[in-house]
Design a protein around this ligand. Structure first.
Ligand code: HEM
Ligand SMILES: *[C@@H]1O[C@H](CO)[C@@H](O)[C@H](O)[C@H]1NC(C)=O
Ligand SMILES: *[C@@H]1O[C@H](CO)[C@@H](O)[C@H](O)[C@H]1NC(C)=O
Length: 507
């Protein structure tokens, strides 16, 4: 540690001590009726206890859930976290008390760098900017008209997808499901966003940058102890370099598209979708409350959001589906039969066909239940003091919703650990509503309420159609040298620790 770091640390402790004393005065020594939680240390609360546990936050939370029940709280440095785990309380907060729980907590400087001060659907605080960006997202990306208009993009991307599967199998003897799917989902999203068909290398670059951005924006110490930010100078430097790379990667796409939209220029003939059909077109003229017309920094952030939120999630679902199909050949056969009955052995599967495949839908839902890509929603923040589960929830605290917990609740699901798509056809999954808008809440893989995932329809469409094509064309088997391993690892989403490798045989 450098001398300057020691100096900063000393000053930090000094200011923290002052802050702690005023904190105690304001909070009456913690006598408020906050949800229960583990006792913390002075100044830092539970923060260092969590760090010293040296295991993923999720495991700590799971133990605390057993001890304190469906709602509990932790003091993480300067931030209070309230963790909500039961479906009833999650529904009450996100739907019934929606507006109060609909904001986002403050960000660390690194996260602010990538969000240009919270200027994207996922990061914006609850208010006019968020409302405008979200409304634009919904009309431009998931209106039925738009989805139809873009279906040829998926057609084209899936054609290369099938070719890549074949060539990878030929070259290695197996395919890495995640790898191939990532590239396909990324190319679809890039096209939908910029309307341009670009080189494979460029798409790969965008995917690489996306992965790095996700890693560097994972919450770290300064998110909870902003006062420690100066100790993270080196990381800040790396973040600035990465932001530069991200800008260099995406700004040319934005400039080419603007020239096409405003002046009709298309020198490299990249622009294949008509003016108005690409997501970014709508952003050029958007009047963002408090920001006015968006600059290139904001455009890069809002476009990247599609990749950050859309690639890992959908691809991870696909990877888990294939793990289950490889391990449960009977389920795979049943799915294959449904596809053949619906469109024939070599028939082209259209997006309308997939919607009617009830077993395929059941397989996807069961995967979302057993292998929910997100264990938590993104962090929420309260906009005013409120009440939940009989406890007082102060204004502007972090609220973390543990949505995965209900998926493994034996009171809600029979044999919750067993992968059985049939439960969605004639068992305990029939008429389960994944959006939390009607009926009893049993699974919410996309969250619920005002901040619920706006990409649901698009993500599921990509998963459904890609899955159907892959099962129609090939029989999927475990790779003999690398047996499927369902061990989980927690990154941005819940991923497979050892990526699935599968052998494919043409049908
Ligand atoms: C299977 C795939 C997906 C899953 C499981 C998923 C899940 C989620 C979850 C759990 C949240 C947090 C909700 C909250 O904070 O309460 C979320 C938010 C979000 N997702 Fe998705 N997502 C998926 C695909 C996508 C796709 C494909 C896109 C975009 C193309 C997308 C865009 C977003 C955005 C913009 C938000 C932030 C919404 C807001 O803050 O208002 N997601 N998603
Ligand atoms: C992307 O990352 C992978 C591995 O992380 C690397 O092999 C590849 O060369 C990178 N591709 C580009 C185009 O930067
Ligand atoms: C895809 O699958 C999901 C989950 O089973 C289903 O709810 C949705 O309607 C399907 N969407 C399309 C377009 O196929």
């Amino acid at each position: 540690m450098e001398l300057i770091d020691l100096l900063i640390l000393g000053l930090t402790l000094f200011f923290l001590a002052i802050w702690w004393r005023s904190f105690i005065v304001i909070n009456g020594g913690g006598a408020k009726n906050l949800p229960p939680g583990p006792p913390g240390w002075p100044l830092v609360g539970n923060l260092f206890q969590i760090i010293l546990e040296r295991r993923h936050f999720i495991f700590v939370i799971r133990d605390l859930r057993k001890k304190y029940g469906p709602i509990f709280s932790m003091q993480m440095g300067q931030r209070t976290l309230v963790i909500v785990t039961s479906p009833d309380l999650i529904h009450e907060a996100l739907v019934q008390k929606g507006p109060i729980f609909a904001s986002r907590p403050p960000d660390s400087p690194i996260r602010l760098l990538f969000s240009v001060g919270k200027c994207a659907v996922n990061s914006a605080e609850y208010g006019p900017l968020w409302r405008t960006l979200r409304r634009n997202f919904v009309t431009e990306l998931i209106s039925p008209v738009r989805i139809k208009q873009c279906s040829w993009v998926r057609e084209w991307a899936l054609e290369s997808h099938m070719k890549r599967l074949k060539s990878e199998a030929l070259e290695n003897g197996y395919v890495d499901v995640m790898d191939v799917c990532r590239f396909t989902v990324c190319s679809i999203l890039v096209f939908i966003c910029f309307g341009a068909k670009i080189s494979d290398d460029w798409i790969q670059d965008i995917d690489n940058v996306t992965k790095d951005v996700m890693l560097i924006t994972i919450p770290q110490l300064p998110d909870y102890l902003p006062i420690l930010t100066p100790l993270f100078r080196k990381q800040m430097k790396r973040a600035k370099d990465l932001r530069k790379t991200q800008m260099e990667c995406l700004v040319p796409l934005i400039r080419n598209r603007r020239a096409f939209v405003e002046k009709g220029e298309n020198p490299k003939l990249e622009m294949l979708s008509p003016v108005g059909a690409a997501y970014v077109d709508s952003l050029f003229t958007l009047n963002a409350p408090g920001r006015g017309l968006l600059g290139e920094e904001e455009l890069v952030t809002i476009c990247s959001e599609l990749f950050v939120a859309g690639i890992d999630t959908s691809t991870s679902v696909l990877q888990w589906v294939f793990l289950e199909l490889v391990l449960n050949q009977d389920i795979q056969e049943k799915l294959y039969r449904e596809i053949v009955e619906s469109v024939g052995k070599d028939g082209v599967i259209r997006e309308e066909d997939v919607e009617k495949m009830s077993y395929l839908n059941a397989v996807v839902k069961e995967t979302l239940r057993v292998h929910s890509p997100a264990h938590f929603t993104l962090s929420h923040a309260t906009t005013e003091e409120t009440e939940l589960g009989g406890y007082k929830i102060p204004s502007n605290v972090n609220v973390e919703f543990y949505i995965e917990w209900m998926n493994e609740d034996p009171d809600l699901w029979k044999d919750p650990g067993i992968f059985r798509p049939e439960r969605f056809i004639d068992g305990d999954g029939v008429s389960v509503d994944m959006t939390g808008t009607k009926g009893k809440v049993k699974m919410l893989p996309f969250g619920a309420g005002r901040r619920t995932c706006p990409g649901l329809a698009l993500g599921l469409l990509h998963v459904n159609i890609t899955l159907a094509r892959m099962v129609q064309a090939f029989k999927w088997l475990p790779a003999p040298h690398a047996p499927p391993d369902p061990t989980e690892a927690f990154a941005f989403t819940v991923i497979m620790k050892n990526p699935l490798k599968a052998v494919i045989l043409p049908r």
